[in-house]
Design a protein around this ligand. Structure first.
Ligand SMILES: [Zn+2]
Length: 129
């Protein structure tokens, strides 16, 4: 008798979650009205379908604006990088800077720029002739 009662309680508790949702659903249906619930479901479903699409396209648009594809000026290895960032080339390890549309080398501090050295030499040669 007691054992049988326990079994019934176990059966009830296992299906309790399911029953609770049905009761809750019925309660919502009667309190708000069927039309509103269906409308809510349709709105929710359309949102669920449209939202990932919007997020996906928005993300792609954002990536296109942010990403720059170019070749490494040192080893010509082509890859993509984020705009306005500094990083090392994955192929040769050269520190690079991503400008608006291309990659450029970052001249390490302390090293003399080759262009800056060449200009005075040319001027001296011109003065000699
Ligand atoms: Zn490189």
């Amino acid at each position: 008798m007691n054992d049988r009662f326990n079994k019934i309680i176990q059966l009830n508790t296992s299906g309790l979650g399911c029953w609770l949702t049905i009761i809750l659903f019925a309660f919502i249906l009667t309190s708000i009205g069927l039309g509103w619930v269906i409308n809510g479901f349709i709105i929710l479903l359309t949102l669920l379908f449209i939202l990932p699409v919007i997020v996906f396209w928005g993300f792609q648009w954002w990536l296109k604006r942010k990403l720059v594809q170019d070749q490494c000026p040192v080893c010509s290895y082509e890859f993509t990088g984020f705009k306005n960032t500094e990083f090392n080339c994955p192929s040769c390890g050269e520190p690079l800077q991503v400008t608006a549309e291309s990659f450029s080398r970052i001249t390490p501090p302390g090293t003399i720029d080759v262009d800056a050295v060449e200009i005075p030499v040319q001027k001296i040669e011109e003065n000699n002739y």
